[in-house]
Design a protein around this ligand. Sequence first.
Ligand code: 6PG
Length: 473
Amino acid sequence: TKADLGVLGLGVMGAMLALNFADNGKFNVGLFNRTVEKATRLKTDNPDLAERLHPSETLEDFVASLATPRVIVLMLSAGSAVDEQIAQLQPLLEDGDIVIDAGNADFNDTRRRNALYDGTGLHFVGMGVSGGESGARHGPSIMVGGSAEAWTRLKPLLEPIAAKYDGSPCIDWLGTDGAGHFVKTIHNGIEYADMQMIAEIYAILRDGAGQGAGDIGAVFADWNTRGLSSYLIEITASVLKEVDAETGKPLVDFIVDEAGQKGTGRWSVIEAQKLGIGATALEAAVAARCVSAARAMRLTAAGIYDDIPVESGVFGATAADIAELESALEIAKIVAYAQGYAVLDAASKEFGWDLPMGEIARIWRAGCIIRSVLLQDIMQAYAGGAKVENLLLVPAFADRIKAGQGALRKVVAKAAAAGIPVPALSSALAYFDDLRRARGAANLVQGQRDYFGAHTFRRLDRDGVFHHIWPEA
Ligand code: 6PG
């Protein structure tokens, strides 16, 4: 018997996806990896699924082992590895075959690869997969891009392996070419913002309120029962409560404070900038990871500025203090999601995808890293295909923001007074304040632009475009 589909690239994510196909889909899965042993080992290591796992030793055998028209899932490191693999596969494929890139690809690459397949009779599908290792194995959230025709064929293969929310699979076709990978990129930008804002609250509790990791973990565990309930808050509580086996002290206190990043968060803000959308909380989160990574320089700076200590007594840890932080985080999180959605909306128009915004919230409710109860509310905001210019303009969110913005303001102000950096929280607040300001300060920027570059400006009291003859400086 031929395999129902093939998985190529059996690193952690690829291996887990292959097992998921065999287990939850009951599919026969062809396996291929450049290091052949990885494919054979996956079979021997999983005796309960072995009858449905079919490793091949060569790329030719792998392709030949698949039922036609074929479905091949690539799970490779983003970049040139994908291009090389596509080139190697090309002569072996036939009309109707579908190649899926399930890695974290730059959507610009996905668009380019789609164009490459145009007119060949082959289909290229860029598919965002979220949920880390365990998600890939037991049910990720899946964001599919590509042709509608490819989706019709893929749906029965992919739905069984996707996460389920109230029984419905967290997967959908979101649009042509790079739509799936673009949405995954913005998912990751929001993921970065979410993580950074949680870390900022942690810093306040640690450095401002003098709380230990275990106690802070308990705070997050409590928050996880309400409005902030989410996977990231849940794992934050677990990370903070974890004790180092050797020392008996909180493990988190031993972890070097340098954040890594593989690129997707950065891409999300690059694309936001290209589209002319201010996604400041996402930007701040990416930048904060960059600053964190310059640890040696930070240590030098800490020596130079050690006479400016963190002000004690600004933050406390009473129930009221903790509730204020909870509200602040909730509001900032809504702002970050609103920014992410604004980028999606702009991209949808720019690339002609017609992204189903409510549907994106629906498929993010389970399986993915940013799954949270907030997504249920976002889904509701788009119910019935409602057109939303910005989530902060939706009455249900406006009510919540009116109730909680004071807390965010106090937390940001206190953090500034104490000397605790909260770049993502403060960016979220500034964005909100900018957004709700009928008369901004860009009139002055326009005056400056016109002064030195004759860039012209418009007037409030008259139609038309004006250039003023300014006095010489
Ligand atoms: C997911 C995650 C995942 C992410 C990696 C690495 O949705 O499962 O977003 O795909 O890319 O965890 O992210 P960084 O190394 O950039 O933090």
